[in-house]
Ligand binder design. Structure first.
Ligand code: FAD
Length: 465
């Protein structure tokens, strides 16, 4: 009898991982602590409970990165997608689900699978040594006993308990006729680059209007149990503005050491800086701009910044309770803990964000663990796929170095290797300028699905041998 793979956590990621392992013909033990030990966000003892919204977001595979992720997961026989499709409710172009029907279906499919054993218990420390293949998928509310054990194994700065997220902007949406590249005092970074930042200048009137909008904008409230502390280094910008109208000009918006090449004799009153956020150079984060402004207000307020008037946001800012690993440092390319490779991590705890992304990482780790057990080790999906791009983000795509902090991310096209923006269709017709961005997304989505094929076909079930 093949030894089982152990999956800890029966949420979005753990349920998908267990399904993938069992589908490959490998036995799996799924350990879920609910209802023995509840969390602050779950209300049922069902697997894959959706703790907040009931939406899996856009289902448009051609023009939307999360829709592409749906398509890739369907191609890989995803349990989460199958149950989502079976229990969908009307939501326009989005995939929204009847949350109870969905979670019940996931629970039933796993409970009825002959290769899945379910144990309702908290794994309150590192797994016993005789569990030689384990997937930890315990989510943003990982129980403290397990989080402490991981921390003890991996070191002090290995786990974060809060997101303090600054918005991230797609480079191609920044107006470089207004913004310019320069590092403060032209200081060279370790790579010898003295123009590492993108700078957006403001005059006094623009700054004052921006502060007014920031103070007036609606803010999201913390949940009672979140009890998020403000660390000095990551105060939300609206809290800084509340402390005084000039505070931001002396903090993240200070205009010193920078000269606008288009207006070199006039000092900007304030400057917003963006720093490269991924190795591909397609995504840039707004330095020091973590915020609790509601998402709708963020787009309006941040588009007041000169140079960002047409900004497309890959991610908006936030501050939440969230347990996640410093994955780029701790995990290898197959999502194994370098310090103890029998442990894989999956889901939100790896630093992806969202139901679908969490399930996607469950899918990948489940397949990798099953393939390893079958003696046919598998690499992560190609980086040109949405699945592979997420693995890339958490294991290496994010830039390291002073000031850069790994932060969770939703799937977006900026995580995939870029392609040339097409000017003509396959039959030679000119593509109008305003449709070229969409045409590029379609090309990237088509490439992703084609490149996924070989990976999706492995590992073969034992029975097929
Ligand atoms: C309050 C809140 C609201 C959110 N809202 C949304 C949203 O609207 N849309 C969205 O896309 N994403 C949302 N997210 C983010 C994220 O998508 C979800 O948290 C998602 O459920 C993550 O999937 P997961 O499988 O990683 O973790 P989970 O789905 O949380 O699953 C983890 C499981 O592990 C179990 N567990 C924890 N510790 C142990 C242990 N030691 N032993 C055994 N079992 C354990 C838990 O009981 C849980 O069932 C939200 C997150 C939070 C915290």
């Amino acid at each position: 009898m093949t030894k089982p793979v152990h999956v800890i956590g029966g949420g979005l990621a753990g349920s998908e991982a267990a399904w993938q392992i069992a589908s490959a013909g490998v036995p799996v033990v799924l350990h879920e602590m609910r209802p023995v030990r509840p969390t602050d966000a779950h209300h049922t003892d069902l697997f894959a409970e959706l703790v907040c919204s009931n939406s899996f977001r856009s289902d448009d595979w051609r023009y939307n990165a999360v829709g592409l992720l749906h398509a890739e997961m369907r191609r890989c026989d995803s349990l989460i997608m199958a149950c989502g499709d079976a229990h969908q409710v009307p939501a326009g172009g989005a995939l929204a689900v009847d949350r109870d029907g969905f979670a019940q279906a996931v629970t039933d499919r796993l409970s009825n699978h002959p290769l899945v054993t379910i144990q309702r218990e908290e794994v309150a420390g590192l797994p016993p040594v005789d569990w030689d293949s384990v997937i930890v998928a315990t989510g943003p509310l990982t129980s403290p006993a397990l989080a402490d054990a991981v921390l003890a194994l991996t070191g002090e700065d290995s786990l974060s308990f809060f997101d303090a997220i600054a918005p991230i902007v797609h480079l191609e949406s920044i107006d470089m006729d207004i913004a310019w590249r320069q590092s403060r005092y032209d200081k060279e970074g370790p790579g010898g680059d003295a123009a590492a930042y993108i700078n957006c200048p403001m005059d006094r009137d623009q700054y004052e209007a921006f502060i007014d909008a920031l103070l007036a904008g609606p803010k999201a409230e913390f949940k009672d149990w979140e009890n998020v502390p403000y660390f000095d280094g990551c105060l939300p910008i609206e809290v800084m503005a509340e402390r005084g109208r000039e505070t931001l000009r002396h903090g993240p918006m200070k205009p010193v050491g920078l000269t606008n090449p288009r207006n070199p004799t006039v000092k900007a009153h304030a400057i917003v800086q963006l720093r490269q956020d991924n190795a591909l150079g397609t995504l840039w984060n707004m330095v020091g701009f973590q915020t609790k402004l509601k998402h709708g207000a963020q787009t309006d307020v941040f588009r007041m910044i000169p140079g960002l008037q047409n900004a497309q946001f890959a991610r908006l800012g936030g501050l939440h309770r969230n347990t996640f690993l410093n994955s780029p440092r701790l995990l290898d390319g197959r999502l194994r803990l370098k310090a103890d490779p029998r442990l894989r991590f999956a889901g939100q705890v790896t630093g992806v964000e969202g139901y679908v992304e969490s399930a996607a990482m469950g899918l990948v780790t489940g397949r990798l663990a099953a393939a390893e057990r079958l003696g046919r080790p598998l690499d992560a999906p190609p980086p040109t796929t949405a699945l592979g791009a997420l693995v890339g983000h958490i294991t290496g795509g994010h830039l390291d170095g002073p000031g850069a902090r790994f932060q969770p991310m939703n799937i977006n096209y900026g995580l995939l290797p870029p392609m040339e923006t097409p000017r003509k269709t396959a039959d030679g017709a000119k593509i109008p300028m305003k449709e070229r961005g969409r045409a590029k997304k379609a090309l990237m989505s088509e490439r992703a699905l084609a490149d996924l094929e070989a990976w999706a076909a492995a590992p073969q079930p034992i029975a097929a041998e």
